[in-house]
Design a protein around this ligand. Structure first.
Ligand code: 13P
Ligand code: SF4
Length: 331
């Protein structure tokens, strides 16, 4: 049963929770009762990853959303991911525990400016990273994630003119690897741009046999000293199959949970940001999601991610195109 009169304040339901309840047990109970599914990104806290029905990177989460028939999708991740789930599962009620869970990368690509940029390059195909708003996806030809960006670009004719948005680091990485000259939107993720080259090199002295692995959203100098560059899922897979025992991991620290689970005998060190006392690197948006907020969200079915039918229809084309190519390439 939905309690109608509960309010969303500051982006989430701030209702008192009885201290005596077992919150994990309650989330599981309500989830079953309401035919809900919990999708969580790898950058969520360990406790949230452990309670989720499915944990993955942005590609795997969209694939999961596209195939679910759950009545409710509780999305433990950021807003653009929940929007993508809504676009792919329009008949499900998509809930996000905190509306403030945004993304600096998605914010770096405002609709009006990007629309003008696209109109200024009429003969270009528009490839946008999934880390964009639904509105940006409506003026995108092919959506991509860090897992499939490179193969998607490679699947296009070499003389195809391309606009790549919004991440300049991922875009220049693809240009470097493919020898293409895609026009890049000048956006970035504040988490991945914050890694300190000096501190990583100091760590490398301390752990000389450790391999440096990084996400392509990191800046070029970090990529150049990396033994392996890949999406969150690719980094996880690499640590499972590679023979080294120690890794310095330059991406959001949430992924270390799955790395440690999959390879308990290996050592994983979170690459340090330029300015932090914690020694790790967290996405402040991802970490806005908590078990308490998830509990209230499931209970009260708020906040809900709502999109115009027209936006869903237009944005879906670019995501469907991505899923179609990914399927063809077995990604
Ligand atoms: P992936 O999940 O595609 O690795 O993207 C990383 C990211 O920044 C998500 O916010
Ligand atoms: Fe956005 Fe960066 Fe956070 Fe990912 S890690 S959600 S790209 S701000």
């Amino acid at each position: 049963m939905v309690v109608e009169n509960v309010k969303i304040t500051n982006g989430f339901v701030n209702s008192e929770i009885d201290n005596n309840i077992d919150i994990v047990k309650e989330i599981n109970r309500i989830k079953k009762e309401k035919n809900a599914i919990i999708l969580a990104h790898y950058y969520q806290t360990s406790e949230i990853q452990d309670i989720a029905d499915f944990v993955g990177d942005s590609l795997a989460l969209s694939q999961k959303a596209a195939e679910t028939d759950a009545k409710i999708i509780l999305f433990a991740g950021v807003h653009f991911m929940a929007e993508t789930a809504k676009i792919l599962a329009p008949n499900s009620k998509v809930l996000i525990p905190d509306l403030n869970a945004g993304c600096s990368l998605a914010d770096s690509c405002p609709y009006d400016e990007f629309e003008k940029f696209v109109n200024d390059h009429p003969d270009h195909l528009v490839i946008s990273y999934v880390n964009t708003t639904a509105a940006i996806k409506t003026i995108t030809d092919i959506c991509c994630t860090s897992t499939n960006a490179l193969p998607i670009v490679n699947s296009l004719p070499i003389n195809q003119k391309i606009i790549f948005a919004p991440d300049r680091n991922l875009g220049s990485y693809i240009n470097r690897v493919t020898g293409r000259n895609m026009i890049l939107w000048n956006g970035a993720c504040h988490v991945h741009e914050e890694f300190s080259l000096e501190k990583i090199l100091e760590l490398k002295k301390e752990y000389p046999t450790a391999k440096i692995i990084s996400h392509p959203e990191c800046q070029k100098p970090i990529q150049l000293i990396s033994d392996f560059i890949g999406s969150t899922a690719a980094l996880l897979k690499f640590t499972q199959t590679d023979l080294a025992n120690e890794y310095i991991v330059a991406t959001e620290s949430g992924i270390l949970h799955q790395m440690k689970k999959a390879s308990p005998k290996k050592t994983f060190i979170a690459a340090p940001p330029k300015d932090s006392t914690c020694g790790c690197n967290d996405c402040n948006f991802m970490k806005l999601i908590t078990l308490k907020k998830m509990y209230n969200t499931l209970k009260y079915e708020k906040p809900e991610v709502v999109l115009d039918d027209d936006v869903i229809k237009k944005a879906k084309k670019s995501i469907d195109k991505m899923l179609e190519i990914s399927k063809k390439l077995n990604l």
